[in-house]
Write a protein that binds this ligand. Structure first.
Ligand SMILES: *Cc1c(COP(=O)(O)O)cnc(C)c1O
Length: 273
């Protein structure tokens, strides 16, 4: 249900082209995967599972390791969308078949570049858009080179490499702990301000916070007030998660090092209407 809007568009098109049936996996009231429900669906027969580790419209961290274990036990490949979780929360231990990530979010790398990690590449796993240099006589070369276009924005790729190096130098565990702490502080500071309510459990270990407006206020108005106060927050349109959202939500993603004063200033912005 939390599937990212553009991934959902792609899945729907693939489903129409290839006569796939898309199945929504069961989740609880927080949108967290229901593991017993998933186990049942897996035993009823699924060919592929795709899960956004953290969605764009909601800060709940999906239990990736438990989902991965269930998928492996059932022999069903898992694609973990870690676009919002690399550089944010621990992604190790999921044992996914493939991970997709982006440079431009929590890794704070350049825009326009992302990455795919396939720990156990098999010859059958060709790229969806095969490129000449990843192939010899139309046959995929061994290794991940088959997925790469040689004509690409190399500066952005180098920038992503540098961002990953910086992340490793800071220590991923320290970054994750800091962001979890920042998320908790942010939720506790903002929840109830001017009647706005945090949509995730307050102690969710992520720094992606979303809020629902009180009657008479809206995400767009709050963002405009924040902009005037020099604070950049975003409105997530319903199209970002079409299965989960019926209206836009306000999202706050405090970067590492955000000061408590900044959060207090944002709480003030939310309450002044
Ligand atoms: C942002 C995002 C993507 C896509 O990332 P791009 O950098 O636009 O390719 C995919 N999935 C989720 C959950 C995201 O938040």
């Amino acid at each position: 249900r939390a599937e990212y809007g553009s991934t959902l568009m792609l899945l729907r098109r693939l489903a129409a082209d290839r006569s796939w049936t898309l199945v929504e996996l069961p989740a609880d009231a927080d949108g967290r995967a229901d593991l017993d429900g998933l186990r049942e669906r897996l035993s009823a027969g699924l060919s592929l599972v795709t899960v956004p580790h953290i969605a764009s419209h909601h800060g709940v961290v999906q239990p990736a390791a438990a989902i991965g274990a269930l998928c492996r036990a059932a022999g069903v490949p898992l694609v973990l969308d870690a676009c919002q979780s690399f550089g944010h929360v621990d992604v190790t231990g999921a044992g996914a078949t493939a991970y997709v990530g982006t440079s431009r979010k929590w890794l704070a790398g350049p825009r326009g570049v992302g990455f795919l990690i396939v720990p156990g590449l098999t010859p059958a796993m060709d790229a969806p858009f095969p490129a000449l240099h990843g192939h010899a006589d139309g046959v995929p070369l061994p290794g991940a080179v088959r997925y790469e276009g040689a004509e690409a924005a190399m500066a952005a790729r180098l920038g992503l490499g540098e961002a990953v190096r910086e992340h490793l130098a800071l220590g991923p565990a320290a970054v994750h702990a800091h962001l979890a702490d920042l998320g908790r502080t942010t939720r506790r500071t903002l929840d109830g301000a001017g009647g706005w309510r945090v949509r995730e459990p307050l102690d969710e270990p992520s720094a992606l916070i979303t809020l629902r407006p009180p009657p008479g206020d809206s995400a767009a108005d709050a963002r405009a007030r924040a902009t005037r106060a020099g604070l950049l927050i975003s409105v997530v349109p319903a199209a970002r998660a079409p299965l989960a959202l019926t209206e836009p939500v306000l999202r706050v993603s405090p970067p590492p090092g955000t000061l408590p004063e900044t959060l207090t200033a944002l709480a003030r912005v939310l309450s002044e209407r």
